[in-house]
Design a protein around this ligand. Structure first.
Ligand code: KG4
Ligand code: ZN
Length: 341
């Protein structure tokens, strides 16, 4: 079953073709980074306009790369939310048009459900129970997935998302947008123990996170070093900051897996591309006897393949969406159907 997936919730115009919910036939990601970089962040109006320009060529390229035509499609899945409303609308309009013109079932997908389903592109169809750490530019949540595909959020950030913290710290130290990958690269040459940044809410007794204090601590430390004339080694700052975020995310994830007795853990969302976070969670899962399901980095950041995978699951469960589907910038996470082979 071939499903086309369209993702336009933020600044990637992404389209992919996925077979049977697991095999990526094409995965085209048109980045708008050059449009947004001069502004140091995503500008919603610019994102929507760039999606409009790139939407049809990106769909065409995804079909060509997969060697497929519209006639081969059995479903068209699209991110309906959460995200930037103007950006979402472009993908939703494109998906509805394809659905109507070619009489193909339409499937509206939650962006976070998509991130979780990236796991099945690497490790086979999702087989809950599973614990998902979702870390992106807009979200930081620990979610339990039960056998029926129900989602229970057991903790989330009370302020900034993890990706937001990476981007803000990067911006402060003069790195280009998006800052996450830049800090990742810089950290590899740094000493993660150089500066003891705070581990906020590590022992808060729940699974919530707080990231904004860490960002402030980095800024304060840099100002202090500057004021006393201490040499600032940016690689050490980046590595120590990454270590503090990683420590909290990993410790709480392992604690949750143990307390809820879940054997399978997955790490998804853009920040899941972070090399130190991947390595640390893999080590700690191994030590705790848990199995970590990690999508490759290109499937962690926004892409159409994860949306097609989630769409396949819904389609296989007979859940299609009416063509009056609307973009919903604050769409909530609901139970997700589990596809079985
Ligand atoms: O999932 P995503 O592509 O878009 C959202 O749904 O938000 O996540 C984007 C976020 C950005 O904040 C970006 O800086 C961060 O993911 N990110 C990273 C890395 N790659 C992307 N953060 C840390 N290390 C990385 N390697
Ligand atoms: Zn995302």
């Amino acid at each position: 079953m071939l499903v086309l997936g369209i993702e336009t919730s933020c600044d990637e115009t992404a389209v992919a073709l996925v077979e049977d919910g697991v095999t990526v036939r094409s995965n085209v990601i048109g980045s708008q980074i050059d449009h947004h970089r001069p502004f140091g962040g995503v500008v919603p109006e610019i994102a929507a306009r760039a999606h409009l320009e790139m939407m049809l060529p990106t769909i065409g390229q995804a079909l060509v790369e997969a060697g497929a035509t519209y006639d081969d499609l059995e479903g068209v899945a699209v991110t309906a939310g959460p995200g930037l409303v103007g950006a979402l609308l472009v993908g939703v309009a494109a998906a509805k048009s394809i659905s109507l013109a070619h009489d193909i079932p339409l499937i509206g997908v939650n962006h976070l459900e998509g991130h979780v389903c990236a796991t099945q592109l690497e490790h086979g169809l999702i087989d809950p129970p599973m614990l998902a750490l979702i870390v992106s530019g807009g979200h930081t949540s620990l979610v339990l997935l039960d056998r029926e595909g129900g989602f229970t959020s057991i903790g989330a950030t009370i302020d900034d998302a993890a990706g937001e913290a990476f981007d803000k710290v990067a911006r402060f130290i003069g790195l280009p947008f998006p800052g996450g990958p830049e800090i990742d690269r810089l950290s590899r040459d740094g000493d993660p123990t150089a500066i003891a940044f705070p581990r906020a809410m590590l022992n808060s007794g729940n699974y919530d996170f707080s990231m904004s204090g860490l960002k402030t601590a980095v800024i304060r430390e840099l100002r202090r070093m500057d004021a006393v004339g201490e040499e600032i080694v940016l690689a050490d700052v980046a590595a120590s900051f990454t270590e503090a975020i990683t420590d909290v995310l990993v410790t709480k994830t392992i604690r949750a897996a143990e307390e809820h007795d879940v054997e399978r853990v997955t790490l998804v969302g853009g920040v899941a591309a972070n090399s130190r976070l991947r390595e640390a969670l893999a080590d700690r899962c191994r030590a705790a006897g848990r199995r970590l399901l990690l999508p490759q980095p290109v499937l962690c950041t926004d892409n159409g393949a994860m949306i097609a995978a989630a769409g396949f699951n819904r389609l296989a469960a007979g859940q299609t969406t009416a063509v009056d589907l609307d973009a919903d910038p604050s769409l909530g996470l609901h139970a997700m159907p589990i596809a079985h082979t």
